[in-house]
Design a protein around this ligand. Structure first.
Ligand SMILES: Cc1cc2nc3c(=O)[nH]c(=O)nc-3n(C[C@H](O)[C@H](O)[C@H](O)COP(=O)(O)OP(=O)(O)OC[C@H]3O[C@@H](n4cnc5c(N)ncnc54)[C@H](O)[C@@H]3O)c2cc1C
Length: 452
């Protein structure tokens, strides 16, 4: 057993990381699907979209070849509608709500149709939005992820001058640095960010980190309001013996390396165990397999009924040849000369429901031992507790507390996205950015502060 990189040929890397949901091959194929839509008057698809995209409208526009209109309908509700068409778990959102499911027929491929319009808009740089004249107000945004970009675009359209402070050298947040490359390529992420910024009025200061290069205090002095959209941090620790062994890695760091270094540079073990069964765990497991790991096993402490990922995501992992061990929780990591060799897990049973409403796992005395050379920790992410503590923001376990106006306890400071909800989906972060922008508009309009 060994951990090493460059396991595959260039062709294999290309094939294994190619688009998992390819687009329509022809216009006719898109039109056939668009014309199946019943254009329901109460549109359950729209109701189930956190950003409220008018799905029947954009699909109707496709049927009449009004692709610009269709892209405008999508992007005016969700400026990351292009990316969302590739990464949203639509089986539990719009497509899951499609009435065809009730008739045992295939749901309308809403995501694929959304991609059909938005991909053209982004590739051909259609100027679908204009910015109102400057209203002489300045807003600082921390984080150029989906929440920050959506907030920035909404504010800039209203004539606000926006400055985004981003600690990385690229925008997009986890869309660029987290989500699996076979769902959304780095090139598309860059194009989407550029498309959003092409509106104008948004200045991005890359390599600027809150808490290091800039302070909240200073931002409040220099700007009329601040929106925090800095997401959540690294994977939660397992807090078991052996966590320091070489071969034990954090899923976010592992995926970040895949997105930034290129596939051949990322080392992977022969026998990999991934702890957790959320989206991050699935992405880590499938990508470990696609990088050439011989065996990948997902370890989950509950059963399929309680799993956080969708069935569709689970099937991606299964089709990639990943194994799943249900009702098992890591107990000890065992090593030799500082290197991981085995993972010991407790067998679990399900007890009474916990705060999340799911039956809580209880350890039995029985254990299982797996031979592994790599363990990827993907059992949730930890908020940036230190940063939040330093800024005196009210928080619940590191998650920023906001009111219904997206406002924090500090006047003029608003927040949204993963740093508030602890980690949901891109579409939720986009909506949080829009909500934050709407509240900031009310705040700066009524604030007695003059323009700075
Ligand atoms: C591995 C993985 C896979 C996922 N897969 C999916 C998926 O398939 N579909 C889906 O919808 N969602 C998925 N998600 C969730 C989704 O990516 C997030 O919910 C979404 O990106 C949250 O957006 P955000 O803007 O709140 O935070 P982020 O995307 O995390 O963006 C925060 C930004 O703030 C910056 N930042 C952080 N700290 C500072 C600081 N101190 N100063 C300045 N800038 C800072 C970061 O660099 C980043 O650019 C996945 C998440 C992970 C981790």
């Amino acid at each position: 057993m060994a951990i090493f990189n460059n396991r595959l040929t260039a062709e294999q890397y290309k094939e294994y990381f190619s688009d998992i949901h390819p687009p329509f091959e022809t216009r006719d194929a898109a039109l056939v699907e668009a014309n199946r839509c019943l254009f329901c008057y109460d549109a359950p698809c729209t109701k189930s979209c956190p950003t409220g995209i008018n799905v029947p409208k954009f699909i109707k526009q496709i049927t009449t070849d009004n692709i610009k209109g269709s892209a405008h309908t999508i992007l005016s509700s969700n400026i990351m509608g292009g990316g969302c068409s590739k990464v949203c778990p639509v089986e539990k959102l719009c497509e899951g709500a499609c009435v065809f499911n009730l008739m045992d027929e295939e749901a309308i491929p809403i995501a694929k149709l959304q991609r059909y319009s938005t991909e053209k808009a982004i590739a051909e740089k259609w100027p679908l939005f204009t910015r109102k004249a400057s209203i002489g107000k300045k807003v600082a945004i921390v984080g150029a992820g989906p929440a920050g970009l959506s907030c920035a675009h909404t504010l800039s359209r209203e004539g606000v001058d926006v400055t985004i402070f981003e600690k990385e050298n690229k925008g997009g947040g986890l869309m660029t640095f987290g989500i699996a490359a076979y769902k959304v390529t780095p090139e598309f992420c860059a194009d989407e960010v550029n498309y959003i910024l092409s509106l104008g009025g948004i200045d991005v200061k890359y390599n600027h980190e809150l808490g290091k290069d800039i302070s909240l205090e200073q931002l409040l002095k220099d700007f009329d309001a601040v929106f925090l959209g800095f997401g959540v941090g690294i994977a939660r620790q397992l807090q078991i013996r052996g966590e320091e062994l070489s071969g034990v890695v954090d899923a976010i760091g592992f995926i970040y390396a895949i997105r930034t270094k290129g596939y051949p540079s990322v080392a992977v073990g022969d026998k990999v165990a991934v702890i957790g069964l959320g989206m991050t765990a699935i992405d880590a497991a499938t990508q470990a397999k696609r990088l050439g790991a011989k065996e990948v096993t997902l370890i989950y402490r509950r059963t399929q009924e309680e799993m956080p990922c969708t069935e569709e995501e689970l099937n991606i992992a299964k089709l990639d040849g990943c194994e799943i061990i249900w009702l098992a929780s890591p107990k000890k990591l065992i090593g030799n000369n500082g290197k991981l060799t085995q993972l010991e897990c407790s067998k679990m049973i399900l007890g009474e429901p916990d705060a999340s409403g799911r039956r809580s796992p209880v350890a039995t005395n029985e254990t299982i031992v797996l031979d592994v050379d790599m363990v990827i920790k993907a059992a949730g992410q930890i908020p940036f507790e230190n940063l939040i503590g330093e800024t005196q923001l009210n928080n619940a376990g590191g998650k920023i507390v906001i009111d219904i106006e997206s406002a924090t306890n500090i006047t003029g400071v608003f927040a949204g996205g993963d740093c508030v909800n602890g980690g949901k989906e891109v579409v939720d972060a986009v909506q949080a950015g829009k909500d934050g922008a709407a509240s900031i508009m009310r705040f700066i309009s009524f604030s007695r502060k003059g323009a700075k």
